[in-house]
Structure formats: structure tokens, C-alpha cells
Design a protein around this ligand. Structure first.
Ligand code: PMP
Ligand code: GLN
Length: 443
């Protein structure tokens, strides 16, 4: 206001003063620099494209079927329960939920988790990641990110002024058929550490590849974290989805890792209810307390009724854990079939799938597929982006370009892959198969 008065006093005529003030005010950059260079988002772009073209959607990762009955009922009961279910609850996690998470995960991590100190409930795993980067990374800190990585890690690191340092999982051997064939070189990872390194970010089971890190691989990462005294941010939202006897291991459960690991989970992925947006962080209270500070000053807490329903879901899973009644067994068993179905479909049209050991995505190499893009997109766009757009618009099948999960320095090497999501009704997978088959037959 003072600036405006000063400017107004200094101009000659009332008319020119208005124009000048307007010009000066409008020439200021009104947005913060934080948002520069992170405006593109693959989910926003490709989810809209799939909707615009009413495509069969094997793109964005969400089930097109309902969550299990017991959590749906728990949600309905919560909503029709007392008035308190519609009001604020504890900021850092609804008491029933933090209690059930602590009980459930203490058994898995092999460490007594304190419900009030060691857990933060967030608005999806997204906000858990956001709180972790905001609370633990300073300007100038380096964060090692293993590629391919869930795309939001990069803008989140950038927004706190950190520097992302990338190290790719590399396909080993000439015929790469399984996600396990993608390996992290211990030497390459070790070479990325500097005195500025603050954290390593891993995602197991990995999105988009489906790699499930073996204990030896996690131990190698853990050894480096301990040696260099850095944090490990471990995104484990697909922890229950493993196939063919592969087992998810929590890096926090390895010796010396509890105190330095931030484990991120998602009830959305766990109970096939991505729209509920309930996520959580489990870590040492010494780290959680700083994430709480971020959380209490941004969203404060997430929806009470959704938290109550998730609490009951975990209570129920605690009782049936390890039995065939457990949803954490039923969901991967169901997805095992869908994974086979999608792989067979891709093979039948000449596309070689890379078989995931976990998660609900499958990638395939499309470099041998000849397509005339009809100049629908710009030439400097990565080939997988052009391909996915073409497939959505021309054939009505939505997928996701894999180079979106890579840093600019490595994306060119990996723009020959696209990602299919298979957490879908069989009818959706059949519709996708129909499209691919007709296309391969030139129809
Ligand atoms: N991490 C990974 C690896 C993901 O694939 C996703 C997408 N669901 C998230 C985090 C975010 O999860 P949420 O939907 O719970 O925010
Ligand atoms: N995690 C989901 C996926 O990988 C979607 C995330 C989103 O839509 N922002 O497909």
C-alpha cells in the first residue's frame, strides 16, 4: 500500500498514474520461484488425456474395483457413527488409527513402535513424502534418488532447495525379462555420496518397474547410509503386493536402520481405496517430531472417518494376518492372475513384458513398434510420451510413459518403455487386449 501511495504521488496525471502503477505492479513476479520448473505433471496430463478420449484406462494406478467389504462397511459405520466422526481429530493421526498401525507394524518391523511418537498419519503417501522432504532436507542438501522413481520425489526435493542426485537401476544381460534383472550397482551408488548427502530415497516394490529389493540389496544401501550417516526415505506403498514367493523387506528392520529410516505407507494402496487419501509415516520419534511440525502447519490432519475405517481395517488384518482370509494375501493372489493375463496379452501381440516381482504395474519395450505419429506432438518430446499419446488418441488405450520416472539426464535411455497398470477388472484388461489385438492385426 505504501508503495502504491508513493508511486501515485510521483506521477504527473491521474490517468498516467493508474497506468504506471498497474504496469509496475503487474511487472512484479507474483508467484514464488519455488514453482518454477516443476509445473509439468504426468498424472495431470495423462489422466486428462485418458478422460478426454474415453480410453480404456491402464494408465494411472488405481483399482477400478471396490475396496474389500470389511473396510467399506467400516467406512459406512464410521460415517453413520457419532458426531465426533465428522469433526476434527488428533492432528498427527486419529488415536484409533495410530494405535492399530503401531500394533500391526511393531510385529513386522521387529521394533516396538510408539503410536504417539513414531507415527504420523498424512493425506496419502504424497503428503507423507512432502512432510519428509520439508522436515528433513535443507537448502543445498543432496538427496540420492534411485531411478526409476515415483515422479514427485524430484519436485519435492527441488522445492526445498535440495539437489537430487540420480542413480539408475540398470537392466543387466541381453534379455531382460524380469524386474529382478534391473540392478543397482554398489559402486555407482557409493560414488554418489558426498559430504552434502543427506538422504537416499528408495521405492520397494518399485513403481513403475515392480522390482522388489532383496535383503542383500537393502543391506548394501543400509551399509552406505550408516557409513555416511545419512537418512533413508523408503517408499513402501506397495508392500503387500509381491508375487512368485518374493517377500517385501523393510529396510527399517535391518540393524542400525530404525533411527535413520523414514518408512512411508499408503492405506489407499493397502486397501484398494486410493481416493481415501490416508497415508502414514513410521519412523523414530526424533524424526517424526519434525514432520509433525510441517504437518500441523499445512493440512493439520486428514479425514476422521477415513482414518477410523483404515484403523478398523488394520485391526481386522492384525487378527487374520498370515491366513488366507487376510486381504494382504487375497489382493496379491488376485493380482497374480491379472499380471499373468496382461503379460500373456502383451506377448500375444509381440510386446515383451518385463515381469514385475511386485506392485501393480508392468513395463514393456516399445522400441520395435513402428508408428507414424502424424505429428500430433512436438519432435522434442520423448518417444514414449509421443507413443502413449498416440495410443490413447488413436487406439483408445491409456498407458504411462516410463521416461517420466527418470531424471532429464537419464530419461533418453529409458524412453523406449511404457507402463501398463493391471489392478483392473478382468473386463478392463479384456478391453485392452481387444484393442491391442485389433491393432496388431492391422484393423
Ligand atoms: N509412492 C508411490 C511409489 C506411488 O506409486 C504413489 C501413488 N499412489 C504414492 C507414493 C502416493 O500414494 P497416495 O495415493 O497414498 O498419496
Ligand atoms: N501412484 C499412481 C501411479 O503411479 C498415481 C499417482 C497420481 O495419480 N498422482 O499411477
Amino acid at each position: 500500500m505504501r508503495l502504491i501511495r508513493k508511486l501515485a504521488a510521483n506521477v504527473l496525471s491521474p490517468c498516467s498514474s493508474i497506468i504506471n502503477i498497474h504496469k509496475i505492479i503487474m511487472s512484479r513476479q507474483l508467484h514464488s520461484r519455488r514453482t518454477d520448473g516443476v509445473d509439468k505433471n504426468v498424472w495431470v496430463e495423462f489422466t486428462q488425456l485418458a478422460a478426454d478420449y474415453k480410453a480404456v484406462n491402464l494408465g494411472q494406478g488405481f483399482p477400478d474395483f471396490s475396496p474389500p467389504k470389511f473396510v467399506q462397511e467400516a467406512f459406512c459405520e464410521a460415517v453413520s457413527g457419532g458426531p465426533q466422526m465428522h469433526q476434527y481429530t488428533r492432528a498427527f493421526g486419529h488415536p484409533a488409527l495410530v494405535k492399530s498401525l503401531a500394533k500391526f507394524f511393531s510385529r513386522i518391523v521387529g521394533h516396538e513402535i510408539d503410536p504417539l511418537e513414531d507415527i504420523l498419519v498424512t493425506v496419502g503417501a504424497y503428503q507423507a513424502l512432502f512432510c519428509a522432504f520439508q522436515a528433513l532436507i535443507d537448502e543445498g542438501d543432496e538427496v540420492i534418488i534411485v531411478e526409476p522413481f515415483f515422479d514427485c520425489y524430484q519436485p519435492m526435493v527441488k522445492m526445498v532447495g535440495g539437489k537430487a542426485v540420480y542413480v539408475p537401476l540398470r537392466p543387466k544381460g541381453s534379455s531382460v525379462l524380469f524386474s529382478a534383472d534391473w540392478v543397482l550397482s554398489a559402486d555407482e551408488l557409493a560414488s554418489k555420496f558426498t559430504p552434502r548427502t543427506k538422504a537416499v530415497v528408495i521405492n520397494t516394490p518399485n513403481n513403475p518397474l515392480g522390482k522388489v529389493y532383496k535383503t542383500e540389496e537393502l543391506q548394501m544401501i543400509a551399509d552406505l547410509c550408516i557409513k555416511h550417516d545419512v537418512l533413508c526415505i523408503s517408499d513402501e506403498v506397495y508392500e503387500w503386493l509381491t508375487y512368485d514367493g518374493n517377500k517385501h523387506v523393510k529396510i527399517a528392520s535391518l540393524p542400525g536402520m530404525w533411527e535413520r529410516t523414514v518408512t512411508i505407507g499408503s492405506a489407499g494402496k493397502t486397501f484398494s481405496a486410493t481416493g481415501w487419501k490416508v497415508g502414514f509415516v513410521i519412523s523414530s520419534g526424533n524424526l517424526i517430531k519434525h514432520m509433525k511440525t510441517i504437518h500441523q502447519n499445512c493440512v493439520y490432519h486428514c479425514a476422521t472417518a477415513a482414518q477410523e475405517a483404515v484403523a478398523r481395517g488394520f485391526e481386522r488384518e492384525y487378527e487374520v494376518f498370515g491366513t488366507p482370509e487376510s486381504y494382504f494375501q487375497q489382493l496379491p493372489a488376485m493380482l497374480h492372475q491379472k499380471r499373468k493375463k496382461l503379460a500373456a496379452c502383451l506377448e500375444s501381440v509381440g510386446l515383451q513384458p518385463i515381469m514385475p516381482e511386485g506392485g501393480y504395474f508392468m513395463i514393456t519395450d516399445i522400441s520395435s513398434v513402428k508408428v507414424d505419429f502424424n505429428d500430433q506432438s512436438t519432435d522434442d518430446e520423448p518417444r514414449d510420451f509421443r507413443f502413449v499419446k498416440w495410443l490413447t488418441k488413436e487406439k483408445g488405450l491409456a498407458t504411462i510413459p516410463v521416461s517420466a520416472f527418470y531424471s532429464p539426464e537419464h530419461s533418453k535411455e529409458f524412453d523406449k518403455y511404457i507402463r501398463f497398470c493391471f489392478v483392473k477388472e478382468d473386463s478392463t484388461l479384456d478391453a485392452a487386449e481387444d484393442i491391442l489385438r485389433k491393432w496388431s492385426q492391422g484393423k
